[in-house]
Ligand binder design. Structure first.
Ligand SMILES: Nc1nc2c(ncn2[C@@H]2O[C@H](COP(=O)(O)OP(=O)(O)OP(=O)(O)O)[C@@H](O)[C@H]2O)c(=O)[nH]1
Ligand SMILES: [Mg+2]
Length: 319
């Protein structure tokens, strides 16, 4: 049996979470059209007769200010790059070499195998020119990594959204993985994260889908209670915003906005759980939570001490 850990890394919005969901055939990691949707590392487990692949979805690599939620996100990327068996470096044809340099920086010092995966290949049909920068960029990545411990294995094109090329890529991944026992015993397990985490993420997804440009980045979702003993299952979630003025925007005139968010989130939670759910949402101000380590920690976004961050090690509290 083959088994191993495969880290999915790349710029924001390239389709890392879409790829994870595509290989799991379930919405485990949330996807939105906005950049920097994923904040936490999310493991997705694919178990087959031939073996088990543990995919690690990560936040998009971007320039992060020190000490805030963005530093936490980059910390999650570093943690995923701490000795996986394989790194899938995902690219988007809409990107460009200058933007990709930041990914290359994060890959320096990583000691694994690497495959470059160009996602959204469906976009080439409409605009073949989009592909022109990619060949030279892959050559540059290869040259930059030559002589390091990161082993370049190859290059492929997929469309995670349409499922094109995904099966072939899975075959290639299985070929590269070492022989070994499954890392997760339960063959039905799809993720290492508890159900309540996925549920909180489905609420956060609807904040991204229904609120204006910057507002979703000021929101965090905390599950206050999760009662599966009653039917329908009763879930109470608290939406934290950073300022009083944002509270009104999430609630909307006559509570219309939060109602819409709640309805859509409930539908997705019901589809995930396969049963009826009663979802209660409340909004609360947690002043400047994206910039204060103690508040972030309370929401499950714990920053590591700088020394351990430099080594890319350490553990985050489980939510
Ligand atoms: N055309 C096209 N769009 C795609 C494809 N895969 C993903 N997308 C879209 O790209 C957007 C971003 O997808 P995500 O999966 O959230 O991207 P991500 O890399 O996880 O983004 P972050 O979490 O922000 O880092 C969404 O609107 C997806 O629907 C694809 O194969 N083709
Ligand atoms: Mg994502």
């Amino acid at each position: 049996m083959k088994s191993g850990v495969v880290a999915l890394v790349g710029r924001p919005n390239v389709g890392k979470s879409t790829f994870l969901n595509s290989v799991l055939d379930e919405q485990i990691s949330i996807v939105t059209p906005k950049a920097q949707t994923t904040r936490d590392q999310v493991r997705g487990i694919r178990t087959e007769v031939r073996g088990q692949i543990v995919f690690v979805d990560t936040p998009g690599i971007h320039r992060a200010k020190e000490g805030g939620i963005n530093e936490f996100m980059i910390q999650e990327v570093r943690r995923a790059l701490d000795a996986p068996d394989l790194v899938l470096y995902l690219l988007d044809p809409g990107s460009k070499p200058e933007a990709e340099e930041r990914v290359l920086e994060q890959l320096r010092g990583v000691t694994s195998s690497l495959m470059v995966v160009v996602n959204k290949a469906d976009l080439f049909k409409r605009n073949p020119d989009l592909a022109s920068w990619i060949g030279p960029w892959v050559e540059k990545v290869k040259a930059a990594l030559a002589g390091t411990e990161l082993r370049f294995l190859g290059f492929s094109e997929i469309s995670a959204e349409k499922g094109h090329g995904v099966q072939t890529l899975l075959d290639q991944i299985f070929e590269t993985l070492p022989e070994g026992p499954a890392l997760y015993d339960d063959p039905e397990a799809l993720t290492d994260r508890p159900l309540r985490f996925v549920v909180s993420e489905l609420v956060r997804k609807q904040l991204f889908m229904n609120l204006g440009d910057e507002l979703p980045y000021s929101c965090a979702v905390e599950i206050e209670s999760f009662n599966e003993k009653v039917k329908p299952v009763h879930i109470a979630a608290l939406i934290h915003v950073e300022r009083e003025s944002q509270k009104g925007m999430v609630i909307g005139a006559k509570g219309q906005k939060i109602k819409e968010i709640g309805t859509k989130a409930r539908e997705e939670i019901e589809s995930l759980m396969g049963e009826k759910v009663y979802l209660e949402l409340r909004v609360k101000v947690l002043e400047s939570w994206t910039r204060e380590a103690r508040k972030m920690k309370g929401l499950g976004y714990a920053l590591e001490a700088p020394a351990s961050l430099a080594r890319g090690k350490g553990k985050k509290e489980n939510r």
